[in-house]
Design a protein around this ligand. Sequence first.
Ligand SMILES: NC(=O)c1ccc[n+]([C@@H]2O[C@H](COP(=O)([O-])OP(=O)(O)OC[C@H]3O[C@@H](n4cnc5c(N)ncnc54)[C@H](OP(=O)(O)O)[C@@H]3O)[C@@H](O)[C@H]2O)c1
Length: 324
Amino acid sequence: MRAVVVPTPGGPDALALTDLPDPEAGAGDVVVDVVASAVNRADLLQRMGFYPPPPGASDVLGLECSGTVRSVGPGVEGWSVGDEVCALLAGGGYAEQVVVPAGQLMRVPRGVPLAAAAALPEVACTVWSNVFMVAHLRPGEVLLVHGGAGGIGTFAVQLASALGARVFATAGSPEKLELCRSLGAERAISYRDEDFAAVLGEVGGADVILDNMGAKYLGRNLAALATEGRLAIIGMQGGTKGELDVSALMHKRAAVVATSLRARPVEEKAAICRAVEEHVWPLVEAGTVRPIVGAELALDEVAKAHALMESGEHTGKVLLRVEA
Ligand SMILES: NC(=O)c1ccc[n+]([C@@H]2O[C@H](COP(=O)([O-])OP(=O)(O)OC[C@H]3O[C@@H](n4cnc5c(N)ncnc54)[C@H](OP(=O)(O)O)[C@@H]3O)[C@@H](O)[C@H]2O)c1
């Protein structure tokens, strides 16, 4: 099978399309014929040598895919050859075939084209697990989504709006601010020209913040939080080490949590996938929440796909078409 690996870490040109042996399904696993995958920021870090795959995971890049079940390993129930699926992966998605623990498979929401379903697993699982399972966003509460026009952001804005939250989102250009509003944001805030903490202050603060920036925004995020607010950090685009004013945190009785999906045990990822199928897919099937695909490239254009995400010019997800 054709697959994308990184023989030597580096820029987008370090990505190499190569031939690897077809994988086989072990106990509890399923092999999927991949129709599409999607690019994640973690893939860029892995390509540069900063984010090795967790123990036991494939060296092939790719944290999500859609496709059809090719074979089913011993002990797997509920999935059959030919089923259309999408899947959360610890790696291996940039390939014609991938092995997936059966618990990390999800059905494709009705009405979503099979290829577009590759844009859903990472965003749906990350947003549901952080904003709802960890930070317990409730209807009527205020959510601040940083990077509202990105892959995670476009999904978070839509999902939280659909579930009755008041959504504020940051973005970097007029077009991206408009995209955030069109997806349901009550207020889109320019992270270049505006002080998001001041804007949130006008409505009493954010009950929940979904943060992609990490260290750089720690202080301002804390300032933007409401009393009993919850800051969920999922990204490190603004660095890893910052200073936290514990006194301000105590005063607000606020919480700071950070999570990573990839390295979680299979059982935890499976539980998130079941929760996503139960709570999120009905909204996707109703058309209230949809995958936002800003660009679609072929597997042999993978270097271009990485360069596009690195440029920050994309909106929504960058899809990689594996099967023509
Ligand atoms: N922890 C986890 O399990 C997990 C899972 C998936 C993703 N993530 C992380 O989530 C983050 C978003 O992922 P993604 O797939 O959505 O990537 P993406 O599509 O590339 O989005 C990145 C976003 O960052 C925004 N951004 C850049 N500079 C900013 C600033 N100064 N202030 C606020 N926003 C800024 C961009 O906004 P503009 O485009 O408007 O400039 C863009 O929306 C990444 O850091 C990724 O690593 C974490």
